[in-house]
Design a protein around this ligand. Sequence first.
Ligand SMILES: O=P(O)(O)OC[C@H]1O[C@H](OP(=O)(O)OP(=O)(O)O)[C@H](O)[C@@H]1O
Ligand SMILES: O=c1cc[nH]c(=O)[nH]1
Ligand SMILES: [Mg+2]
Length: 209
Amino acid sequence: MGKVFVFDHPLIQHKLTYIRDKKTGTKEFRELVDEVGSLMAFEITRDLPLEEVEIDTPVQRATSKVLAGKKLGLVPILRAGIGMVDGMLKLIPAAKVGHIGLYRDPKTLQPVEYYVKLPSDIEERDFIVVDPMLATGGSAVAAIHSLKTRGATSIRFMCLIAAPEGVEALKEAHPDVDIYIAALDEKLNEKGYIVPGLGDAGDRLFGTM
Ligand SMILES: O=P(O)(O)OC[C@H]1O[C@H](OP(=O)(O)OP(=O)(O)O)[C@H](O)[C@@H]1O
Ligand SMILES: O=c1cc[nH]c(=O)[nH]1
Ligand SMILES: [Mg+2]
């Protein structure tokens, strides 16, 4: 079963408070989501494998470490996932970025896929699917399914805020996928919004309220 990791780093928790606050405007919201994207990238890459290489420092020959293993792929779920990608790329600039476009039908809450563009060497990459919100879990489940049907075998999911319902749905549908979150909230409301959450992540990022 997929494991759930909560990034409780004080900087992440502090910034998340201002992301949640409805007084935070679009510009600041976007900057904060970008910054938390970087901080979460730092945490999620903690276990990347390393290998030793020989280099020459100005002083002498030395053995030192560089990243090894499979290359990374980031897959934001459009629209809101885009807000976290630049922050992540600041720390892992060699990662390739795929895009999966999904919106949640406001009546049925079912995800509707409208765009998929992924790196061509899909089997050779470890993927991180990223979206600020895991609510019912429908969008994350569908995005990961889409990625798997195109050949991805190693996938993790990262978001800012998750509802218990979304975590359960994702674990059930994709037991091989570990989940990385900044906060696990209380529940969903009758419209499928996370409580207390942050509202509509895409609308707050792009000012489309
Ligand atoms: O877990 P779920 O119940 O599927 O809900 C989460 C999805 O809802 C939001 O996207 P939205 O449908 O609002 O699209 P947008 O990013 O274009 O605004 C959010 O960014 C997730 O993708
Ligand atoms: O609370 C929620 C739920 C789904 N999508 C959002 O953007 N926010
Ligand atoms: Mg939205």
